[in-house]
Write a protein that binds this ligand. Structure first.
Ligand code: AMP
Ligand code: GLY
Length: 415
């Protein structure tokens, strides 16, 4: 079988490695992939990005399954395009992808189906949003409606900050068209959880839980990032919290998808906040998380290709996902300066063959891995206890080096 994965981050490296375990897989094309997928057994990087080029490539290279990695192509409608040509693809069609592509659509959906989420208002003009802020109290969260590469959410401790966020998003257009409208919502205090799941069009099968660490600084301080580390399972997701999630978020989401004719086979990633008043849904993502994928896939014992195939046939069930029972700690190493400006072009040393290290921002040059992005790699420790997984991850971290490297030392420390 030939497969095609779109994207070039650590998530796609992890997906390629896991899918390559299946004996039926002959070749995995990564578009564009990165310096690590270039070296992987069975993998080949291809330098194409646009939906029409990808569909043409899939048709002429007998691709039997395409897995879009990131949200941009899903929101552009890549799944609809593949389906219109009868080429197998795993992911949501464009109208379902809008649950990630438009925060206003997502919040409306949550409201229609009684899914617990932060109180919110939507605004289509800066004047209206600024007027509303005059009578609001902080803290508040201002969110650009559309996709903004993970940067469109601004947590504001004061009304001044919220006014500044509205001006930047709606007047200065710092996120372009994505900021034509905004959601302003209640700030929720609690512990975050990420639960990935697979929707097969009939039922939603959840993965084990994970906990992302979003901020650049230790102790969850400083700017938001794509994610600086993940542990799985999430220690705050007790059985009771999971039941709350299943009854008040997962089940009504399933009902909503069916009632609004949004069935598809693909990923639903629930971004959650566990508060004193129960579990809230912050957002939906319609693709795997990065770095959640890197923490969760090493714990999955089942064959991922078979899971995707069953989902595409509409008959996936919880017994198809077997977990090892281990814990993982995935720590991201980034270029110094990220998420603001950073340098690239530095050689990475110290990665050993028997380690789980996923590359996200590095290219291959003359046989060497050279940094090319903000988040550079994720090292994953796996063990039967969370504490040992953490120790294993940081042992690797200490050996891996490149100029100006940065990582948080507190991934997986539980308060
Ligand atoms: P989102 O893109 O909606 O996942 O938001 C990015 C991050 O912002 C989340 O992972 C949370 O850390 C934070 N966030 C989003 N909405 C809220 C909220 N209502 N209250 C507190 N934090 C939030
Ligand atoms: N780690 C969060 C995300 O993938 O959106």
């Amino acid at each position: 079988m030939n497969l095609l994965i779109t994207g070039g981050g650590g998530r796609e490296h992890a997906l390629a490695l896991k899918l390559a375990e299946n004996q039926r897989v002959n070749k995995i094309y990564c578009a564009p992939g990165n310096g690590a997928t270039a070296l992987l057994d069975k993998c080949e990087n291809i330098n194409i990005f646009k939906p029409d080029e990808l569909v043409e490539f899939a048709a002429s290279n007998k691709i039997e399954l395409t897995i879009p990695g990131s949200e941009d192509l899903l929101v552009e409608g890549i799944v609809d395009l593949f389906k219109s040509k009868n080429i197998p693809v795993f992911g949501p069609h464009q109208s379902a992808a809008m649950l990630e592509g438009s925060k206003i659509f997502a919040k409306g959906f949550m409201e229609r189906f009684g899914i617990k989420t932060a109180e919110y208002e939507t605004f289509y003009s800066a004047a209206d949003a600024l007027m509303y802020l005059k009578t609001s109290t902080a803290p508040l969260v201002v969110k650009a409606d559309g996709l903004a590469a993970g940067k469109g959410v601004i947590i504001c401790q004061t009304i001044d900050e919220a006014e500044k966020a509205v001006r930047e998003i709606m007047i200065d257009n710092c996120f372009g068209k994505a900021g034509g409208s905004v959601v302003i919502e209640e700030f929720l205090e609690g512990y975050e959880a990420s639960i990935l799941s697979i929707f097969d069009g009939n039922s939603i099968t959840p993965f084990i839980s994970a906990k992302d660490h979003k901020k650049i600084g230790e102790g969850e301080r400083g700017l938001n990032t794509g994610g600086m580390g993940v542990i799985a399972p999430n220690p705050y997701v007790s059985d009771a919290v999971f039941e709350d999630f299943r009854n008040n978020i997962l089940n009504p989401t399933l009902r909503g998808l069916k009632e609004e004719n949004l069935e598809f086979s693909g990923i639903i990633f629930f971004g959650l906040m566990i508060t004193e008043k129960g579990i809230y849904l912050l957002e939906y993502n319609l693709r795997m998380g990065d770095p959640e994928t890197q923490a969760v896939l090493p714990l999955l014992e089942s064959d991922l290709l078979v899971i995707f195939e069953k989902a595409n046939r509409g008959n996936l069930s919880e017994k198809d996902l077997q977990w090892s029972g281990n814990c993982s700690c995935a720590v991201v190493q980034s270029s110094g300066g990220y998420p603001l400006a950073y340098d690239k072009g530095h050689e990475i040393n110290g990665i050993e063959d028997d380690q789980i290290v996923y590359i996200s921002g590095a290219q291959l040059s003359e046989g060497k891995l050279i940094t090319s992005g903000g988040r550079v790699l994720t090292a994953v420790g796996v063990a039967s206890s969370a504490e040992q997984a953490r120790i294993n991850a940081y042992k690797m971290m200490k050996k891996i080096s490149f100029k100006d490297q940065y990582y948080r030392n507190d991934i997986g420390i539980i308060d």
